[in-house]
Design a protein around this ligand. Sequence first.
Ligand code: SAH
Length: 248
Amino acid sequence: MTTAILSALPEEQGGLVHALAQPERITHAGRAFWRGHLQGQPVVLALSGIGKVAAATTATVLAERFGVARIVFTGVAGGVGEGVQVGDVVVAQDYLQHDIDASPIFPRWEVPGYGGARMVCDPVLSALLLEAAGACLAGAEDICDAQNRPRTHAGLMASGDRFVSTAQESGTLRAALLAAGHDVLAVEMEGAAVAQVCRDYGLPFAAVRTISDRADDSAHVDFAHFVQNVASRYADGIVHRFLQALPK
Ligand code: SAH
């Protein structure tokens, strides 16, 4: 039962490749896949690339060629929900694509053929990720002051082929989604695509994203700093704890 650990950027993959036991590098569809063991569990590590199409290709390869039993995404995202701050960790309960719009034929945000907007994540894997994230943040408490202590959140995430980088865009997006009953905590560019591929293949999917920016006018600065300095440490800490807890 192989677990795929997917990230968008090399920085998000962190030291996982170096930690891999019996590593084997396989190239397919222009992507590098690393097969091996972490915490005694068989895994495949892969980079999705940026955006929904790149992520869907990688997820399809993981399902078809590697026959993985589940896919877990680890990466960074822009916080848009109230109280979702840089350094916090969000575990997805479900996903939607914020840039899909076949209205007026289908309701806005509905994925035609799927009967709704949201793709649900696997509750068991998500609970394990949330526990792992909590433990990881508790371990970082000594480097944070009491007011800025990072928190974990669980809820709706949204993906789209845009780096959301103005307060106006994120505010408009959040308000429109909220008015339709979609209380989005964070935005990124891949998760909903992977969730849809996993649904097609009947594969359990879960995702954890560390908040690198607030999807506002300073998002590009915050993003670059965070990805270089913090994202990989989070990815390592959360993935190792998650795999330790995953039944063999
Ligand atoms: N210049 C960057 C581009 C990264 S795009 C580089 O190549 O290094 C941003 C990545 O981080 C995407 O993979 C996306 O999933 C995530 N992300 C972080 N903050 C985001 C935001 N505010 N809007 C959209 N995606 C965001």
